[in-house]
Design a protein around this ligand. Structure first.
Ligand code: GDP
Length: 529
């Protein structure tokens, strides 16, 4: 197969949802269709379970699983599908945001009874800002839930999407009879026993035919006709281009657990989802078809075994072919590196590959060369955009609790920050180090990992910070800026890239500063034009 054909047959996407909506179950069913796994239960849930074990042990367990589920690849209908894992738990939101920089599209899973939940809102917002094409899957139709039209309204309003259903449920919960597929114009009957088998569909090209009444009964048939008429009247026609631009989101209904409605979703997905897309870099737009290889690191996974400090860096191939044992330029270090055993992913297994194509994810063994956001190329200086840091929610001073081990401590902190576990800020006026995290759990994880992997001990001290804002000014010499630096001296810090950050202690003080220093921009993320 030639290079262009390899690119065209790749689909790299992520499934996003609030925990418990059914992401793991759906992933597993997709893998079943691809023949990549043989039985249900093969994909482990990477969820944080509350209960018996303490939270950070639970995170360690999760970390073990997420090595295996970071990338799940399979083939379906000649298409190479790469699913990138996106943790739903809010403490891992940063991880998910970063992974979303490596996907070409997403599927959003929503629980029919719970509707749009908090994490769905946040993650969809990030995708919307980047115009990532989205397909919505409404799950658990075998249970009582919200009315389909109400739910579509809720999705439009809370998520700011413009939807059009491509399938529609016939009944719900106890009365759930199946779904009508507007895309393929057929009815798929629910027997409640399709968990193992791939269901049969029945062509109903004319909704007015009496065949529909025979299939689902008079009442349900009439109701379906009415509903489809409403759908036709209210929602825009599906248009692939609008979907690809992120302006229209098709919706499917089904039950992942019962493997129902999943095939429809998958068939439509391989039909419409984008192949690898061009990516913006600071220098220029890079197209996948370009001959020269380039790619970027979106995730780093530390080895679970403390005796092997090596890590796995996940690279998304953006352009060209990534080849084994070929020297590539590590742009930030300005150094050539070559990799003798790059890993590709297949279902839950890794294997060494000789060549990877745009859209693929390669896992590279790393002894500390990589940070999230690093770019590899064949020599050109490219810096990929779109891997911002967001303001953390929690801030604490980190102190060294064992003066004999300060080298280990700093090395540990450095490496954990490279992995993206948390963000480090160094206060300008006294050099003290502040750790910012998305969830409070991360502090326990850091403490635990510093001790077990680096032999260092730390303590924390509270620090009252509301938000970290990245500071931008056109004129560093201006009086206004100098005044800002002077007045806010105690609240200024540097992030890992040495960018200036203002640690605002309250919403009020942030607003006051914005008013008082109008020539300064206070950014909520580390990346801006
Ligand atoms: P995740 O947190 O989004 O990965 O959710 P899971 O896939 O782990 O599912 C959460 C729970 O919902 C599990 O107990 C699943 O068995 C259940 N579940 C998933 N899909 C369905 C469905 O279609 N119907 C019903 N009744 N339960 C489901």
């Amino acid at each position: 197969m030639n290079f262009t054909a390899e690119i065209n047959r790749r689909r790299t996407f992520g499934i996003i949802s609030h925990p418990d909506a059914g992401k793991t179950t759906l992933t597993e069913k997709l893998l079943l269709f691809g023949g990549a796994i043989q039985e249900a239960g093969a994909v482990k849930s990477n969820k944080i379970k509350k209960g018996a074990t303490s939270d950070f042990m639970e995170i360690e367990r999760q970390r073990g699983i997420s090595v295996a589920t970071s990338v799940l690849a399979f083939e379906y209908d000649g298409i190479k599908i790469n699913i990138l894992d996106t943790p739903g738990h809010k403490d891992f939101a940063e991880d998910t945001f970063r992974t979303l920089t490596a996907v070409d599209s997403v599927i959003v899973v929503i629980d029919v009874a719970k509707g749009v939940e908090e994490q769905t809102e946040k993650l969809v917002e990030v995708c919307r800002m980047r115009n990532i094409p989205m397909i919505v899957f409404i799950n658990k139709l075998d249970r009582e839930g919200k009315d389909a039209f109400d739910l579509l309204d809720e999705i439009e309003q809370k998520l700011g999407l413009r939807v059009t259903p491509l399938s529609f449920p016939i009944g719900m919960g106890y009365d759930f009879k199946g779904i009508y597929n507007l895309w393929e114009k057929n009815v798929n009957l629910f027997s409640g026993d399709s968990r193992k088998n791939i269901e049969e569909t029945i062509e109903v090209s004319d909704l007015n035919s009496s065949m529909l009444n025979d299939l689902i009964g008079d009442q349900a048939a009439d109701e379906l006709r009415e509903n489809i008429e409403l759908v036709d009247g209210i929602y825009p026609n599906f248009d692939k281009n609008s979907y690809l631009k992120g302006e229209l989101q098709p919706v499917f209904f089904g039950s992942a657990l019962n493997n129902f409605g999943v095939r429809e979703l998958l068939d439509c997905f391989v039909d419409i989802a984008p192949k690898p897309r061009a990516k913006k870099s600071e220098e220029r737009l890079v197209a996948p078809e370009e001959k020269n290889f380039s790619g970027f690191v979106f995730k780093i996974h530390a080895n679970m075994d403390p005796n092997h400090r090596d890590r796995l860096a996940f690279i998304k191939v953006v352009s060209g072919e990534f080849k084994r044992n070929t020297p590539y330029l590590h742009v930030r270090l300005n150094k050539k590196l070559k990799f003798s055993s790059p890993n590709a992913f297949f279902a839950e297994k890794k294997q060494i590959v000789d060549i990877s194509y745009p859209g693929d994810i390669v896992g590279l063994h790393d002894t500390g060369n990589f940070k999230i956001g690093d770019t590899l190329t064949e020599g050109e200086v490219i810096h990929y955009k779109g891997i911002p840091s967001f303001s953390p929610e929690h801030f604490r001073y980190i102190n060294n609790a064992d003066p004999m081990k300060s080298k280990q401590l700093y090395k540990g902190i450095d490496q954990l920050m490279d992995e993206g576990v948390a963000q480090l800020f160094t206060l300008d006026y006294n050099g003290r180090k502040v750790i910012g995290t998305v969830g409070a759990l991360q502090y326990e994880v850091i403490q635990y990992r510093l001790e077990h992997e680096y032999g260092a001990k730390c303590t924390y001290e509270n620090l009252n910070v509301h938000k970290a804002c990245w500071i931008q000014t056109d004129d560093e010499k201006s009086e206004e800026f100098q005044e800002f630096l002077r007045v806010k001296q105690r609240y200024l810090a540097r992030d890992k890239r040495n960018q200036l950050v203002f640690l605002a202690d309250s919403q009020f003080s942030l607003q006051m500063s914005q008013q008082k220093f109008p020539s300064i921009t206070f950014h909520m993320t580390s990346e801006f034009d």
